[in-house]
Design a protein around this ligand. Structure first.
Ligand SMILES: Nc1ncnc2c1ncn2[C@@H]1O[C@H](COP(=O)(O)OP(=O)(O)O)[C@@H](O)[C@H]1O
Ligand SMILES: [Mg+2]
Length: 236
């Protein structure tokens, strides 16, 4: 089983001040690992560092035994890491099907693209019904499905998901967490970044808490739920 990511003592900055100050954590293959942390704690910055968008200033990021910390984004993606970014960007003037196809732009085999698309449609029957609809005319929850589906079109080993529940209605939040669980059950390793503590812990095998650019706790969902760091970070 591949898709193991080890982050070792990563420091990252946008300008002078470090946003990540020595982050270390492990994402085990086949699991859902979550990163909890309040707004501004550095969650998105860590995802950007994994992807090479805001490269780590120091430290190692080992993916299946290879240090990807200094690789350009396209090589990180080619290694098997996909990301569903914060705010679930879709191409509003393209149809659902065109959005999905863009997720597999680097693939040339039509039958491979077709089978991945069928897989996405089996996960999201609603998208299958609306394959010719313009993505920009869909609800926030449906756009979230398009965004997740596009990430899956790459058939990644590891999927990074940045705050999928942000701004969604409670019904779609629940549905989205179910989808994340199903994606993992289909064999994809998931790194889920969230502020929504309870629902995130409910689908995670292991988790970490980030505070001011440092990992302040790590453990199973049961352990984390009882930790003071989690209570402090979220409930004051
Ligand atoms: N593009 C950027 N340029 C400079 N500072 C940034 C940038 N993006 C985020 N930051 C700063 O980095 C810190 C962490 O932000 P971020 O990683 O987005 O946190 P989170 O995703 O946990 O809310 C914040 O203090 C934020 O202001
Ligand atoms: Mg963020």
């Amino acid at each position: 089983m591949s898709g193991k990511l080890m982050i070792e003592n990563v420091y990252s900055a946008y300008d002078k001040a470090d946003v990540l100050e020595g982050v270390s954590l492990t994402i085990e293959p086949g699991r859902v690992t979550c990163l909890l942390g309040s707004n501004g704690s550095g969650k998105t910055t860590l995802i950007r560092s994994i992807l090479g968008l805001t490269p780590a200033r120091s430290g190692r990021i080992m993916f299946d035994g290879v240090d990807i910390a200094a690789l350009p984004t396209h090589k990180v993606v080619a290694a098997g890491i996909a990301c569903i970014p914060e705010g679930r960007r879709v191409f509003p003037k393209f149809t659902v099907e065109e959005n999905l196809r863009l997720g597999a732009y680097q693939e040339t085999s039509a039958s491979l693209i077709r089978s991945r698309m069928d897989e996405v449609y089996s996960l999201f029957p609603r998208l299958a019904e609306r394959r010719t609809q313009l993505a920009g005319t869909m609800s926030g929850g449906e756009q979230a499905m398009v965004s997740i589906g596009r990430g899956l079109m790459r058939a990644p080993k590891l999927l990074l998901i940045d705050e999928p529940s942000l701004g969604l209605s409670p019904r779609f939040v629940k549905e989205n967490f179910n989808i994340v669980r199903q994606i993992n059950e289909r064999g994809i390793t998931v790194f889920l970044v969230e502020q929504n503590v309870h629902q995130t812990l409910a689908i995670s095998h292991y988790g970490y808490v980030l505070s001011k650019g440092r990992v302040v706790a790590g453990g199973t969902p049961e352990e984390l739920a009882s930790r003071d760091e989690v209570k402090e970070a979220y409930f004051g």
